[in-house]
Design a protein around this ligand. Structure first.
Ligand SMILES: Nc1ncnc2c1ncn2[C@@H]1O[C@H](COP(=O)(O)OP(=O)(O)OP(=O)(O)O)[C@@H](O)[C@H]1O
Length: 276
């Protein structure tokens, strides 16, 4: 398993808005004045209703989209284009159909500029990751020979193969069954704590957000914005038992309230605070 500690990176989203130009219509404001600081090594979840701008924000952090206003920085670098040390997992797998499963997982290592990994090592790493996502024995297959959920697990393995500092995940487990999803949640936490990556994780699922994250940014819509940022006071390491604790249910309840009222909840002070 690739568990070497990677360099730590902080991410600063500063007053970011995004409008999309739509032919014959007024520009559409998808995200308004979002600001948040993501600490090095933090696990941040973004939750909110469909269309509130979660993917838009993630894509801007990834350098795939440019903000209309505001700036995003990683350490002392402004993000203006895709970053080599960021890995992204999209909602759909996006595998190369003409490459085998193993070759797809190895791809980031083959493309890595200046950091050549010997082929045998790349292969061994990819094989370990396929084992991690329970696809050992499928390395020689082509993506079209796997189910949708299996393809998504391949894309998760691919995102973990290099030692990217920052992992951006856009509802990566949305299409998986509940058992696989919960198991991968636990594996992801294990990998995160072993490697010190910064993770920003988009999900619709509040249980998943609470289980995984240090903090959850709750987003609202019309216009898309960050409504509140909630600390999750759930002890680590987290496991299946964490899902039945008072702290877990309390945090889920708080997120639900914030989502339904569209304003930050300050239940007794600790735990919730406004987005900066
Ligand atoms: N390229 C684009 N052109 C025009 N509008 C866009 C574009 N991309 C996104 N939007 C709009 O911006 C808004 C936010 O979209 P986004 O995909 O970020 O939402 P989301 O919160 O990730 O939604 P979901 O949870 O359904 O994936 C939506 O209303 C969407 O229609």
């Amino acid at each position: 398993m690739t568990t070497a500690t990677v360099a730590r990176a902080s991410i600063s989203v500063r007053g970011v808005s995004k409008s999309f130009e739509i032919p014959r219509e007024a520009p559409f404001l998808a995200l308004k004045e979002a600001s948040i600081e993501v600490e090095p090594g933090e696990f941040l979840a973004l939750v909110g209703p469909s269309g509130c701008g979660k993917s838009t924000l993630l894509r801007m952090i990834a350098g795939l989209l440019k903000p209309t206003e505001g700036e995003i920085w990683v350490g002392d670098r402004q993000i203006t284009r895709p970053q080599e040390d960021f890995s992204i997992v999209f909602q759909s797998p996006r595998l190369l159909p003409w490459k085998t499963v193993l070759e797809n997982v190895m791809l980031p290592l083959a493309l890595g500029r200046g950091k050549k990994v010997p082929k045998a090592e790349a292969k061994a790493r990819a094989q370990e990751l396929l084992e991690l996502v329970q696809l050992e024995g499928f390395g020689g297959r082509f993506p079209s020979e796997l189910s949708g959920g299996m393809q998504q697990r391949v894309s998760i393995a691919r995102s973990l193969v290099n030692s990217a500092n920052v992992l951006l995940m856009d509802e990566p487990f949305g299409a998986l069954d509940a058992f696989t999803r919960e198991r991968l949640n636990e594996e992801l936490l294990r990998i995160w704590s072993a490697t010190g990556r910064t993770i920003i994780f988009v999900t619709h699922d509040m249980d998943e957000a609470v289980f995984l994250a240090d903090r959850v940014a709750v987003m609202g819509k019309e216009p898309g914005r960050i409504v509140d940022v909630v600390d999750i006071p759930l002890a680590r390491p987290r496991n299946a038992e964490s899902r039945t604790s008072e702290e877990f249910f309390g945090s889920v309840r708080r997120l639900r309230q914030t989502l339904s009222t569209g304003v930050g909840v300050d239940a007794g002070g600790a735990g919730a605070h406004r987005a900066e």
